[in-house]
Design a protein around this ligand. Structure first.
Ligand code: ADE
Length: 435
């Protein structure tokens, strides 16, 4: 395959293409590189770029220059598959890298076009781009480093480039988990850091399990977004749940806002009990606490729970399993004490509110699992009824999840819907690809 690289600064590529594995591709005659400068396709006194149409948008690489470069390279190497490097492109990840490696191997000629200034004229993108690629949500001074990153990510998949094909297949971001920790021989302590004994035990099955476990642990704690998007198998699911802190949920019917901003109690509802229990069961929540100090309310819930602990089991096993998570409680403090007794640690309190309440320092997004989980403590998700949790209760919380919002002004989700959405966002699988 030939790879043409169109750039304003060809010198940037000299060392890059003549070093290590990228160089090896040329030596093995798997790939050849042809770095071409946009300026070589300018007529005397002609500029590569021109001011953008409209006020204040900088300089743009002119389409006529791109046209001449593309025509010349396609004439020399055959019609190319053209990739424009731009921050507006499709985000490069491991999946796209693997797909591109196939395209590179099928095509005789691939062209990478790296813009500078404010980029390449939109009309040239429209005319030529088979694909636009971004290497991340940040803006570089130009597309050259992006072109090099793309080459490094893609070329590893070309057979014969990386020593062991296995090490590509087992890499970070090739499956559910990032790579396991690795150590250089000899396996001796270094500055107080040791190598796990299991790695030198010679027990290959145990070593494999250990590596999988460590990979899962560091992925859950540091790359949960990736895990959520890629966890497919039963084995991986169980490894993930092993490394997630235990989560509990409480629905407050006490210490909530009622009419006229007063703090009071609310009534339990059978729909909230059943539906939130089913959501808790789906997402692996350990217990679903209902807090009300009212004796009559306790009696209502107990009657219902008795049904599900008895005749209800045969009536609907799944529902009975879910309702089994429900635990009645007098107060939030009682819930915290129960969790501490079971877990040996006090839970972190994470509240959710439909309104902007609390302090800015408490607020977290649905992508901030690592901020909470780093504390290695159980997590209690707190939901309010009636008009929401009291400010006093909100202020006690360690974290406050942002309100759920759509692209409308309507803000009246039922608490059971909010609980389902929050559980899904916080700890649900959300695959980015179909099998
Ligand atoms: N050019 C400038 N920034 C870029 C990015 N993030 N990805 C690809 N090309 C770029």
């Amino acid at each position: 395959m030939n790879i043409s690289i169109a750039t304003v600064f060809p010198d940037l590529y000299r060392d890059f293409l003549n070093t290590s594995l990228i160089k090896r591709l040329q030596e093995k005659e798997i790939a050849s590189y042809d770095v071409v400068s946009f300026s070589s396709f300018c007529n005397p006194k002609e500029r590569i770029d021109a001011p953008a149409v409209g006020h204040g948008a900088g300089m743009v690489i002119r389409p006529e220059v791109v046209e001449r470069l593309v025509d010349a390279q396609d004439k020399k190497w055959g019609k190319s598959y053209k990739i424009f490097l731009t921050p507006q492109g499709k985000k490069l990840d491991q999946t796209l890298s693997e797909q591109l490696a196939k395209i590179f191997q099928e095509q005789k000629h691939v062209m990478l076009l790296a813009g500078r200034y404010e980029g390449i004229d939109q009309r040239a993108h429209e005319e030529y781009a088979d694909l636009e690629v971004s290497i991340g949500d940040y803006v570089l001074m130009g597309g050259d480093l992006a072109a090099m990153v793309l080459l490094e990510a893609v070329m590893r998949y070309v057979p014969g480039v990386v020593g062991k094909d296995d090490s590509v297949a087992m890499d970070s971001f090739s499956g559910t988990f990032v790579d396991f920790p690795t150590y250089a021989t000899p396996a001796k302590d270094w500055r107080g850091h040791s190598v796990p004994e299991i790695l030198t035990s010679g027990n290959h099955a145990a070593l494999k399990n250990h590596r999988n476990d460590k990979a899962a642990q560091r992925s859950v704690r540091g790359h949960f977004g990736w895990v959520k998007n890629h966890c497919r198998t039963k084995e991986d699911k169980s490894l993930v749940s092993k490394h997630m802190p235990h989560h509990y949920l409480v629905l407050m019917h006490d210490n909530v806002l009622v009419q006229d901003g007063k703090i009071g109690t609310s009534s339990v509802t059978t729909l909230d009990i059943h539906d939130i229990a089913r959501s808790c069961c789906t997402y692996g929540v350990k217990n679903y606490f209902l807090v009300t100090p009212l004796v009559d309310q306790h009696k209502i819930v107990e009657t219902m729970l008795n049904f599900w602990h008895g005749a209800g089991i045969d009536y609907n096993r799944g529902r009975a399993q879910a309702v089994d998570l429900v635990q009645l409680s007098q107060s939030l403090d009682q819930v915290i004490a129960d969790i501490e007794k079971k877990e040996g640690k006090k839970p972190l309190l994470v509240a959710t509110s439909a309104k902007q309440q609390g302090d800015a320092s408490q607020r977290i997004t649905f992508f901030d699992q690592d901020k909470v989980w780093v504390h290695d403590r159980p997590v209690l998700l707190i939901f309010g009824t009636a008009k929401g949790l009291s400010d006093e209760l909100i202020n006690r919380c360690d974290f406050l999840l942002l309100p759920i919002d759509g692209f409308t002004e309507f803000n009246h989700l039922s608490v059971r819907s909010a609980a389902a959405i929050i559980l899904d966002r916080w700890m649900g699988i959300n695959l980015t690809e179909v099998d």
